[in-house]
Design a protein around this ligand. Sequence first.
Ligand SMILES: [Zn+2]
Ligand SMILES: [Zn+2]
Length: 351
Amino acid sequence: MSDVKGYAATSELSGLAPFSFQRRTPRADDVSIDILYCGVCHTDIHFAENDWGRTNYPVVPGHEIIGRVTAVGNDVNQFTVGELVGVGCMVDSCRSCPSCEQGLEQYCREGMTPTYNGEDRIDRLRTYGGYSERIVVSERFVVRVPDKLDPAAAAPILCAGITTYSPLKHFGVGKGHKVGVLGMGGLGHMGVKFARALGAEVTIFTRSEAKVAEAKKQGADHVIISTDPEQMAAATESFDFLLDTIPVHHDLNPYLSTLKVNGSHILVGMIEPIEPTVHSRNLIGKRRILTGSLIGGMPETQEVLDFCAEHDISCDIEMLDIHNINEAYERMKKGDVKYRFVIDMKSLKSA
Ligand SMILES: [Zn+2]
Ligand SMILES: [Zn+2]
C-alpha cells in the first residue's frame, strides 16, 4: 500500500477538502499512473452530494483521468513507463460475461467496477477516483493518449466524449443523416463535434435564443429553439437521430415528433423515471425507437481517443486549481462553464 493525497467529500454537506488515503501495491497486471489532469463531470457532483442516495463516504470523485505511467507490473504488455495514458469511468468488470467478451465492459452482467465509489473485485477495498496524485489500474482499463491530443483537453473525452461517440457509432450515424442534439453542455457540445465529423447534418435544440450564436460556433448547421412551438412544428418528421444529453426531466413527446419514420431517440442522461409520460402513439405511429446508451467499452474508448486525434477534435475546457473545486461545482450547477472544468493536478501539491 502507498499513501496518496487527494480531495474527498466526507458527507453530503461537507464539500470537497484535502484527504489522504492508500492505493494498493500494484499487481502483475497493474499500471501505476501519476495523474496530470482530471475532468470534472456532473456525476462527480451527484456522488459528492449523494443525489442518488448511494454514496459511500469518503468519496474521491473524478473519472476523466489523464496521467503518465510510472511503473508497470510483470504481466503488463501494452504500456511502458513514461507513456501518456487515460482512465475513464470504470476500472474493472467480470471480464468473462458475454458483454465483457465483446469489449462492452460497461454492460457487464455483474456490473462494472466504477472508478470511484466502487469496490475492488479482489481486495474489496474502496475505489477512489482521479481528484488525487496517483492511481493504480489494471491495464485492460487503461487507454493510450495519442501524441497529437492536448492532454488536458483530452480528459473529458474519457466520459463526455465516449458517452456521445458510442451511440453515434453504434446506431451508424453518417453522411446523409440529420442529427438533432438536445442540450449543449459538456456532452452536447462533444456530440455536435462527433456527429459533424461522422458526416451528419447537425441541429442543436436549445431552450434559449441567447445560445444560438454559441450553438453555431460549436459547429451546428441549424438551431431550433425548443420552447418555440412554431419552430418545433416546422421540424416534424425531419430527423434520423436525436442525441438527448439533457440531464433533467423533460417532455420527450415534442422531440419524438421531430423524428422521421424509423428514427431513434437516444438517451444518455439518467432521467429516471421518464416524466412526463411518453405517448405510445409517438413511437408506434412512426415505428420510432426510444433507446439509451451508457459510456462505451474499453476498445471503443481507445477508438474515440484515436478518432479525436485524427479529426482534430477536443473538448472546450477551463483549467481549474483543485482548491477551487467547490466554487467550480457551484458554477456547474448554474451551467456557468464552457464546457468542462479540468483540474490541473499540479495544484494538489500546493493545496
Ligand atoms: Zn462522467
Ligand atoms: Zn462481465
